[in-house]
Ligand binder design. Structure first.
Ligand code: AMP
Ligand code: FE
Ligand code: FE
Ligand code: ZN
Length: 284
């Protein structure tokens, strides 16, 4: 069995890349893809551990894509694209690195806005809450809570941090066209992550898939802890219709996402056979 969707301390997981690969070996997985949010910073360490652990490590990333869709569970729908078989020093990695630099700039600007609103918050304080990984609004929310400026994390978002609020600064994201083009040019493979998060009905999703398939999309995550059996059945049908590989992964984040086990999801509600990875490889 394999797991094609995992996070490390390079983004918002709690295991280091090395620990993640060791954990995969411990639970008997034959391969994992390391897919941190918008960064390839953990890949070198994970690949370095592949040999000693006997686990195949697929270098990947989970890209946050510019998307406006219906609300899902109270927040705007979100579009994440998984990319696999990334070459070291590739175009996509370079582009993501430049976007990361903007992210750091953005964090500084958000601190300035909060300070102008009278809140005594520093970037050091916020960064200390990230455990060394990527710093973002969840850490700002925690800093505001710890300093007593809000009563809970949601209030921090609603008053200051949500899109359009007083301390919000826009993020820069790739469009799906840009991302799929970079994936193609890198000789990598793109897979739509957790399609439920788009908030689209089957028909709308199908229209998008037709277009994205044409731009090079190779697969779609079907086995995913938050997908119920009815959704999985519908997604399998859509995948077959568009000749997309039906893939899967746990979206493991260590203790940052409780109840999700590597390779097994929530109480074993996912299982992904090795054959899926072989199929993705054939799409390169
Ligand atoms: P960032 O990458 O810094 O823009 O932070 C994005 C993260 O902030 C998301 O993954 C959510 O966890 C959280 N987030 C964004 N918007 C909201 C919101 N309106 N309410 C609560 N959490 C949010
Ligand atoms: Fe995450
Ligand atoms: Fe995601
Ligand atoms: Zn993820």
């Amino acid at each position: 069995m394999i797991d094609l969707h995992t996070h490390t301390t390079a983004s918002d997981g709690t295991l280091s890349p090395r620990q993640l690969v060791q954990a995969a070996a411990a639970v008997g997985l034959s391969a994992i893809a390391v897919t941190d949010h918008d960064t390839t910073a953990g890949l070198e360490e994970a690949l370095d551990e592949a040999g000693p652990s006997g686990v195949r490590v697929v270098p990947g990333v989970e890209i946050s894509i510019e998307f406006r869709g219906p609300r899902v569970g109270g927040r705007p729908g979100w579009l994440h694209l998984l990319a696999y078989f990334l070459p070291a020093g590739g175009l996509l990695a370079g582009k993501l690195e430049r976007l990361q630099r903007w992210r750091r700039e953005r964090n500084g600007l958000m601190v300035e806005k909060l300070r102008r609103l009278g809140m005594d918050i520093t970037l050091e304080q916020v960064a200390a809450l990230s455990g060394g990984g990527q710093v973002g609004r969840p850490h700002f929310a925690r800093a505001l809570l710890e300093a007593g400026y809000v009563d809970n994390l949601q209030q921090a978002f609603d008053r200051y941090l949500k899109k359009g609020a007083a301390a919000y600064v826009d993020k820069q994201r790739l469009t799906i066209d840009q991302a799929l083009q970079l994936v193609r040019e890198d000789g990598a493979v793109a897979v739509l992550a957790h399609p439920f998060s788009l908030g689209l009905g089957d028909e709308e999703l199908s229209e998008r898939l037709a277009r994205w398939r044409w731009l090079g999309l190779a697969g779609m995550e079907v086995e995913y802890p938050e997908h119920d059996s009815d959704l999985r059945r519908r997604l399998h049908r859509l995948a077959a219709h568009h000749q997309l590989v039906a893939t899967g992964g746990s979206d493991f984040h260590g203790t940052n996402k409780d109840g999700i086990e590597l390779g097994r999801g929530h109480d074993g509600n996912i299982s992904v056979p090795d054959e899926v990875l072989a199929e993705l490889e054939r799409r390169r």
